[in-house]
Ligand binder design. Structure first.
Ligand code: UD2
Length: 420
C-alpha cells in the first residue's frame, strides 16, 4: 500500500510501482473504480502464465448494460509484421504483464511535454509491450474485468480531444523490436537451520560453506531458528533469525516441523525451501540438481535398505510393510515451498497426535518424514553424497555395496553428550 501525499496520476504511480517490483512478478492493473467479475481471476491468470506467455489482455464487460468491451485479439499477420500501431486498439482490460517487460519501455515514451501522460497511457504502455512480446502476448476472450461505466470522471468523458491527440502521438512513435527470449530468473530459496542450546557453535561454519557452495547462482536466504538473541552472523546473503525456545533432545529436533509451520507466513514466499542439520558442511558445489517438488536424501547408513522405520502401529509414523522402500536421512530435505510446508504441517500434526498418545516415534522427526515420503515419494531422491559421514568411510562403503559417493554434504562427527 503506497500512499502519495501529492496527486501524481496513474501512469507515474504504475511506473514507480512496477520498477520497484522484481522482474519475474506479474503485474495486473485494476483501476480503483472497476472490479473483477469473480474470485477466480488470479487463478485463471496463473494457468495462462504457466505457458510461455509474457502478457495478456482482454476481455472486459461494461458495468451498466453488460455489453462486451473493445478488447480484441490482434491477428497473426499484425503480430508477425509488428503492425500494432496502425491497427485498431485491442489490448484493453484486463491488462497483465511481467514486470521485466514493462521495465523495457523507455521512460521518455511515457512522457508528453516532460510529464507522465495523463491519458492514453494504456496505449503508451501496451503497444511497446505487444511489440516486444510478439507471439508471447495472449488475448483472453473470457470476461476477466468489469469496467465501471457510471463513473462521471472516466477519461473518455473528461477530455475526448486530449485523448485523441495523445492516441495519435503514441502511435506515431517508433516501434520496439521483438525480444527473442525472456530473462532467466533466479529462484528464491530459503535454507533453514535450527541451532538451539550448544548447536549455535555450528552456525557460522555451515553458513560460510553455504555462501561458497550452496546454490550460488540463486537468491538464497537463510532462516535461522534459534534461542539466541544476539547472534553475530557473517554472510553476504540475506538472513532472518526466528526465535524459538531451546528444548532438550529429542524435542530440539522433533519440533522442527512445528517451527516451520509456525513460520509459514515468512517462508511461503520462497520458491523452494530446504532444511539442513546445522552440524553439517557443504563441501562441494550444490547446484540446481537438488531442485524438485519434494527432495529427500538416502540415509548413508541404510542405503538400499528399509532402515529403522517406525513399526509401532499406534504411531502416526508407522509405515505399512508394502510401503517400506527407501530410508531417508533427516539431515537434509526440501522442495517447492508449498509442497514442503504441506509436508511440515502434516508431520507436525502427526507428531502432536503421537504426543497426545504418549508416543515418540523411534527416530523422532526422521521417522515422520520417512512416513510422509513413503506416501509421497520425492521426485528428487539424493544419494548419500548429500548425507556423507565425516569418518568411518570403510564401514559405510560396505553398506553402499563397495562403491563410494562424491562428498557434497558432510555430516560432522560430534559427541552427543557434549553438544546436546
Ligand atoms: C539425526 C538426523 C536429524 C534428525 C535426528 C532425529 C541426519 C544427519 N540427522 O541427527 O536430522 O532427524 O536424527 O533424531 O540425518 N538441534 C539443536 N539443538 C539441540 C539438538 C539438536 O539445534 O540441542 C538441531 C540441530 O540443527 C541438529 C538437529 O537438531 O543438527 C538434529 O539433532 P542432532 O544432530 O543432535 O541429531 P542426530 O545427529 O541424531
Amino acid at each position: 500500500l503506497v500512499k502519495n501525499n501529492k496527486r501524481v496520476g496513474a501512469l507515474e504511480i504504475l511506473y514507480n510501482m512496477i520498477h520497484s517490483c522484481e522482474d519475474d512478478e506479474i503485474i495486473l492493473t485494476l483501476d480503483g473504480d472497476d472490479w473483477f467479475p469473480h474470485d477466480q481471476v488470479l487463478n485463471k491468470l496463473k494457468a495462462y502464465y504457466s505457458e510461455d506467455v509474457w502478457m495478456t489482455y482482454g476481455q472486459y464487460q461494461n458495468s451498466n448494460d453488460g455489453g462486451r468491451g473493445v478488447a480484441q485479439e490482434y491477428p497473426t499477420n499484425i503480430i508477425n509484421s509488428n503492425g500494432f500501431r496502425n491497427y485498431t486498439w485491442g489490448a484493453s482490460h484486463l491488462r497483465t504483464f511481467y514486470a521485466w517487460l514493462f521495465k523495457n519501455i523507455k521512460k521518455e515514451d511515457l512522457l508528453y511535454n516532460g510529464q507522465f501522460m495523463k491519458m492514453t497511457w494504456d496505449l503508451a504502455t501496451m503497444l511497446p509491450m505487444l511489440e516486444m512480446a510478439g507471439n508471447r502476448s495472449k488475448f483472453i476472450s473470457e470476461i476477466m474485468y468489469i469496467y465501471n461505466m457510471d463513473n462521471p470522471i472516466n477519461d473518455h468523458k473528461v477530455d475526448r480531444s486530449l485523448q485523441a491527440m495523445l492516441d495519435k502521438y503514441v502511435r506515431a512513435k517508433p516501434k520496439y523490436h521483438k525480444i527473442e527470449s525472456a530473462p532467466i530468473f533466479k529462484k528464491n530459496i530459503g535454507l533453514m537451520f535450527i541451532a538451539t542450546g550448544k548447536y549455535d557453535q555450528f552456525l557460522q561454519p555451515i553458513i560460510d560453506s553455504a555462501d561458497k557452495r550452496f546454490l550460488v547462482n540463486q537468491n538464497v536466504k537463510y532462516y535461522i531458528f534459534t534461542d539466541k538473541q544476539n547472534l553475530n552472523i557473517q554472510t553476504n546473503r540475506k538472513y532472518e533469525i526466528i526465535n524459538i525456545e531451546h528444548k532438550t533432545f529429542p524435542f530440539a529436533t522433533l519440533d522442527r516441523f512445528k517451527h516451520f509451520t509456525n513460520a509459514k507466513e515468512k517462508l511461503k514466499n520462497q520458491d523452494y525451501l530446504f532444511y539442513c542439520d546445522v552440524d553439517s558442511l557443504f563441501i562441494e558445489d550444490i547446484n540446481e540438481e537438488i531442485l524438485g517438488n519434494l527432495v529427500g536424501v538416502q540415509h548413508c547408513g541404510y542405503f538400499n535398505q528399509i532402515g529403522p522405520i517406525e513399526t509401532n502401529p499406534n504411531s502416526t509414523a508407522y509405515i505399512a510393510p508394502d510401503k517400506r522402500k527407501i530410508y531417508f536421512g533427516g539431515g537434509f530435505s526440501g522442495g517447492i515451498a508449498e509442497s514442503y510446508l504441506k509436508l511440515a504441517e502434516i508431520c507436525y500434526n502427526n507428531i502432536e497426535q503421537d504426543l497426545k498418545n504418549n508416543i515418540i516415534a523411534i527416530w523422532h522427526d526422521e521417522s515422520h518424514i520417512n512416513k510422509y515420503f513413503s506416501e509421497n515419494t520425492p521426485d528428487k531422491i539424493l544419494s548419500p553424497s548429500y548425507h556423507y559421514p565425516q569418518s568411518n568411510i570403510e564401514h559405510y562403503k560396505k553398506i553402499w555395496g563397495g562403491q563410494n559417493f562424491a562428498q557434497k554434504i558432510l555430516l560432522l562427527d560430534k559427541k552427543h553428550n557434549e553438544v546436546r
